[in-house]
Ligand binder design. Structure first.
Ligand code: ADP
Ligand code: MG
Length: 294
């Protein structure tokens, strides 16, 4: 048919009209959704279940597992975690209706402003750390923290952040995880590279990734990169080879650098927990927290 809903299941098109694409990731597309009958706007994530039919498990089984996880995610309530409004499950597709966030990705923001001031970076990072502590306290590891998965509530520099795209990544098999990793491996903890994505790792992987994100926010360039000529990317990460050259880091405090060094520690058992991150001297700033909480 000529209407924009063609191909959408009745369960979805009864309640929502989908319009333009808001973003794309490894799992599929995210579209702007209007609730029919009200003016409420949401974001709808379209996930093809074909991607989940792997590893010898039947699609049915996997689907019920995904739904179990979705239930957990739906119960999460935190201002810095994306809210899940609705889930529509069909044989081929899963549609996750999410709270709409309108300021775009942290990724694009960093590219457009080059880098953040230490003050602003601290306020945004604090919110991320609080959100990840909340997830960890609920027994959930994010697994895919990167600036594409941190959304901004507005265009302002100092704004509310929303962590997104968590929880479901564990249902993607090791093979396709590694493929995803090949696309954006810069945020991966060393132990993931060492176990080839086989799953033998803990929530400490989130601490590593958030350390990498903080590095990029403060400098405008990644600590580990394919563009470095001295050694290949996996070797940089596995060896924890990063540094803070004076010419790029002279405006950043020693305290901030100390925190990154304690987050990007190769041995996951020696990395900070999120309670320890939040207790680090760099984040003991009441004025900043006041701002972040408003
Ligand atoms: P994937 O698992 O495919 O990476 P994401 O959940 O990260 O999917 O979504 C992909 C992109 O879609 C995001 O990086 C962002 O640009 C956009 N997006 C996702 N969720 C929302 C949302 N709630 N509001 C606005 N844009 C969103
Ligand atoms: Mg994503």
């Amino acid at each position: 048919t000529a209407n924009g809903d063609s191909g959408l299941p009745a369960e979805l098109s009864e309640k929502y009209t989908l319009t333009r694409t808001l973003g794309k990731g490894a799992c599929g597309e995210v579209k702007l959704a209007f609730a029919k009958g009200s003016c409420d706007k949401f974001a709808c994530k379209l996930i093809s279940k074909k991607k989940f039919s792997v590893g010898g498990r039947t699609q049915m089984n996997l689907s019920s597992q995904v739904m179990g996880e979705v239930k957990i995610l739906k119960a999460l309530k935190h201002p810095c975690i994306i809210g899940i409004e609705d889930v529509i499950d069909t044989p081929d597709m899963l549609y996750i209706v999410l709270e709409l966030v309108e300021g775009g990705e942290l990724f694009d923001k960093i590219i457009s402003i080059d880098k953040y001031s230490e003050e602003t970076a601290k306020m945004l990072f604090y919110q991320m750390a609080v959100a990840i502590k909340y997830l960890h306290d609920q027994g959930i590891t994010h697994r895919d923290l990167k600036p594409e998965n941190i959304l901004l509530a507005s265009d302002e520099l100092e704004t509310l952040i929303k962590v997104t795209d968590f929880g479901l990544s564990k249902f993607v098999d090791a093979g396709s995880m590694m493929k995803t990793f090949c696309g954006t491996p810069s945020y991966l903890a060393p132990e993931i590279l060492l176990t080839a994505g086989s799953g033998a790792y803990t929530k400490a992987i989130d601490c590593w990734s958030l350390g990498v994100i903080l590095f990029i926010m403060l400098s405008g360039y990644p600590p580990f990169s394919d563009e470095r000529k001295d050694m290949d990317l996996p070797k940089q990460i596995i060896g924890g080879h990063y540094s803070f050259p004076q010419q790029y880091w002279e405006d950043v405090s020693e305290t901030a650098i100390d925190l990154m060094k304690k987050m990007m520690v190769v041995d996951p058992t020696k990395r900070l927990t999120f309670d320890q991150v939040l207790a680090h001297p760099w984040l003991q700033d009441e004025a900043m927290k006041e701002k972040a909480n408003n």
